[in-house]
Every structure is written in C-alpha cells, then in structure tokens.
Design a protein around this ligand. Structure first.
Ligand code: SF4
Length: 500
C-alpha cells in the first residue's frame, strides 16, 4: 500500500526511502521543500485510492487480524500497540508499525506462520517489480532491526489470470511471490543506502540534473520544479518512431529542436521541425483524398468510454484491469451537408453496463453505416469482447467491425500535419490545432482516464446534484470526442478537392 507517512522531520518512511533511491534530490526536496511538489492529478489520486482499497481487500487473505490504525493514534502509540499485539500472541496484524534507524514504517500484513513471522507487502499491480523489492527490503531492515525475526518476506500482487465468478475470491485474485532470499541479500545495500541518504540530508540540496531517473521507476513529484528551464520545442518534444534520445543531446548542451543535426532525425522528426516554421497545415493531398474516397454515408462517428485500471474486476466474467465500456457517443451524418444526429448512452453506475450498452448501440448504429473512430482498434477490441459475452449478437457485431474506418490513420501517417500537433496524432492535439474553437481544455472531464474515474465515483453516490453534474460532464466529454471527428473530417475535405 502507498505510504508517505513519517513521524517527524528527521525520520524517513519506506516510500521516502524508495524516492531517495530514485533521486537524492527528490528526497531532499520532499524533506525540505515539499511546497514545490507538483499538484496531484485526478489520475494519481485515483491510483492512490485504488492501492489503499486493494490493500484492505488483501487483508482478507489472513482474516481476523488486528488493525493498528494510523489516524486515531500517535506514532508512539502505534508502535506500542504493535508490540502488545505481538506479545499477546496475535496471529495477524494489519498495518503493524515499527521504527528503527530513523525509519518509521507500517507493514501491510504481518502474519505469524508455522515457522515464524511473515511479512506481506500488497501491490495493485500484476507482477513483481524491482522497486517493490526495495520497498520490502527496507521493511525487512526496519522490522528485524526492531528485534522481530522474519521468516518470510513476500509480495502480494494481482493475479491477472483471475476471472470473476460471483463474489471476489481473494485467494484467486491475489498471487503471492516469496522474495525472502532476494530481500535478505539486499540488506547490506539498505544499510549503505540509508547511510548515504542521511549524509545527503544533513547538507545542502544535492546538485542533480534532470535525467531518465525523473520518471523511472515513478514520475517524480518535483518534475515541474526541476524541468522549468526546459523551453517549448525542446529536444524532449520530439515525438513518434525514430525520435532521438533527448538526454545525451541535453547533456551536450543541445536543448532546442532546431539545434539538432538533421542526420540524427527520422523523417517524422524532420517534418516536425520543418513544420515549426510554417503556419499552415501540411497535406499530402492525394493520400488524404484516397482516405476520404474510402468513406461512405451515413457516416457514423463513434467513441467509447471504458473502465480503466480496476485491479479488482467489477463485473462477472471479467479479469483485472479489463476495460469495460460504459458510455458511447455517436454522431450520424446521413448525407453531405446534413446536420449530424446525436445519440449517446451512459450506464447507470453500480451495475454491469455491457448488456444495455450493446443493446443501445445496436439500436442506434445504422447497420450499413461507415463507422468512423479515432484509433479504431480500441472500439473494435471492445466490440469483440462484447461479442464473446453475448454470442447471439456476434454476427451483427462482426458485420459492424467490417465497417470501421480509422480517422487517426492520415494523422498517424503524417499525411496531415500542423506544427501545433507537436509530433502527436492524438485527437487531443489535433483538434485544437485544426479547429481552435473546439478544445478539451478546461473541461472537468477531459480524457478517458478521468471519464472512468468520474463514472466510478458515481457508484454509491447519494448526492443527486453531484450525480447529475458528473453525468453531464461525462456526456459533454464523450460528445466532444465524436463532434471533434465530424469537424476534423470537414477540415480534411476542405484541405482537398475530393468530396467523399
Ligand atoms: S525531477 Fe528529476 S532531478 Fe528533480 S528531484 Fe525529481 S528525479 Fe530528481
């Protein structure tokens, strides 16, 4: 579970230790200048909450344990309560609390097994990562340093093969990786790392420049602060296949895109660079015409919103992190020059949306229409999954899939390019560059992840005004996704002479 808690300015938590491993400057800033941290995004907050929920669910692997709460007790009381639980023969302790060598930490699950105490760290990811080993290693160091012998150190993570069948079966949902041998072999490094961190913290802010470590293993919370000297159109803004590694260039003092030797660039980056000098849209007319000639009426602009990163499957027959569609927007243009008709669906929160979603879609989507999507593989994959779940609808779905055309393709191929795309072919970049009046900027829900978080936030929400407001935000966002495609297609036509 995520843990940023420390008891005072002189001690560290396990997560600060991990941050210190990533970058000493990050640790120094966390301890001395926390006000310079970037704002926590909605997605980061949701990831944090998910981690906490998964941690609580994993406690059911060892039912009947005693919880050492963080909120109601002082740090000293948490440590005392842990000691008492151990002394009184409790078999399982959730959030057991220890302090040793300046580190204050809470262990997700501490369980007394047949051969002694076992430590379990819970993560909502689907496998073991090096950074989790560091997390466990510091816990082992603190717990054993406090005088408790550990027989086993394990990581509890999500089993991505799990398929929900009725109530969640925690013994199937979670997988346990025994990392005891690795964790024990890391102990020497832990002591040395801590020594180096303490020495560093006693001094001035370390002089560490930006580098790949800023986002590996985690996006650093001080990126906004440390990267503020990097201007727009820098070597870090090269996009797409063939882009040069920006850090060696930066280390040579080459910061602006225009200062990079053309030999180091792929054709996409050369286009990105050349386009910066032009205000107009660059168009490969013949190629765009060929794309447009392949479309037919009625044009059906379609976009799905789906659940995102839900490690605990929400619905029957689904696996961890499965993307389940809960909303669509559809603009249908029957003939050239005709005003688009709009259809939409947004599932009621708290129940499986798939049946109603599919029924509504099949009712509103013209069977003979040309279905225009942005990154069609996403919608097609979701439709195939729905076909597998509702075999009677499979034939209809298969026919629809044949009708898809991907509006992203000419942008991905760079047949249409504008300097304000900044190398991207995402609709979020393309739309405001081609149609400045339409943009996702400032919308309360402005991307797919936020849409998923917003919909899931409605589960169990009793405030009717809040429900109404969030529903409207979701409808507005998804509607813009398909309206954007309608408008982008109009621009594409104006840029060529062909009319599809
Ligand atoms: S942004 Fe990079 S250099 Fe700055 S503190 Fe974070 S990891 Fe270190």
């Amino acid at each position: 579970m995520p843990d940023n808690r420390t008891n005072n300015n002189h001690s560290l938590s396990k997560s600060l230790y991990v941050k210190g491993l990533q970058c000493h400057k990050s640790l120094w800033l966390h301890k001395n200048k926390p006000e310079l941290k970037d704002k926590v995004s909605v997605t980061q907050q949701a990831t944090f909450s998910t981690g906490t929920d998964v941690g609580i669910l994993a406690q059911q692997l060892f039912p009947g344990g005693v919880l050492v709460p963080f909120e109601e007790l002082s740090y000293e009381d948490q440590i005392s309560m842990t000691e008492e639980a151990i002394a009184s023969g409790k078999r399982t302790i959730y959030e057991a609390t220890f302090r040793f060598d300046g580190i204050f930490m809470k262990a997700d699950i501490l369980h007394r097994g047949k051969r002694g105490w076992e430590l379990y760290e819970v993560k909502s990811s689907t496998g073991v990562k090096d950074v989790y080993m560091d997390d466990l290693a510091i816990q082992y160091y603190v717990i054993t340093g406090s005088g408790l012998k550990l027989n086993r150190s394990s990581l509890v993570h999500i089993n991505n093969k799990y398929v929900r069948n009725g109530e969640i079966d925690v013994n199937e949902l979670f997988a346990v990786a025994d990392l005891t041998t690795d964790i024990m072999s890391m102990q020497k490094d832990v002591a040395a790392n801590l020594k180096a961190m303490k020495k560093m913290l006693a001094g001035k802010m370390p002089d560490i420049d930006i580098g790949p470590h800023c986002s590996d293993p985690y996006e650093c919370a001080f990126s906004g602060h440390c990267w503020q000297h990097i201007p727009k159109h820098s070597v870090f803004d090269f996009a797409d296949i063939g882009k040069p590694d920006p850090f060696p260039l930066y280390q040579q003092g080459i910061i602006l895109m225009k200062d990079v030797s053309r030999e180091e660039l792929g054709w996409r980056q050369k286009l990105q660079l050349d386009a910066m000098k032009m205000k107009k849209v660059i168009v490969e007319e013949e190629k765009v015409k060929t794309f447009l000639d392949d479309l037919w009426y009625p044009l059906c602009f379609l976009d799905f919103e789906t659940t995102y990163m839900t490690p605990v499957p929400l619905f029957e027959g689904t696996s961890p992190n499965k993307q389940v569609p809960f909303q669509y927007s559809l603009h249908v243009v029957d003939k050239q020059g005709k005003k688009p008709r709009h259809f939409e669906f947004l599932a009621e929160p708290g129940k499986d949306p798939r049946k109603d979603f599919l029924n509504s879609l099949l009712e509103n989507l013209p069977a003979d229409g040309c279905i225009v999507a942005w990154n069609q593989n996403f919608e097609i994959s979701r439709l195939k999954e729905l076909g597998a779940q509702f075999p009677r609808k499979q034939k209809k779905i298969a026919a629809l899939i044949e009708h898809f055309r991907d509006l992203m393709t000419p942008f991905k191929k760079k047949d249409i390019y504008h300097r304000d795309f900044d190398g991207s072919y995402s609709i979020k970049a393309v739309l405001p560059a081609l149609i400045p009046d339409l943009s996702y900027k400032g919308m309360p829900v402005s991307n797919g992840e936020e849409a998923s978080i917003a919909w899931l936030s409605l589960w169990g929400e009793t405030d009717k005004r809040k429900v109404q407001e969030t529903r409207q935000q979701l409808l507005d966002y998804c509607c813009l996704d398909t309206l954007a495609m309608v408008k982008i297609l109009e621009v594409m036509r104006n840029l060529t002479t062909t009319r599809a």
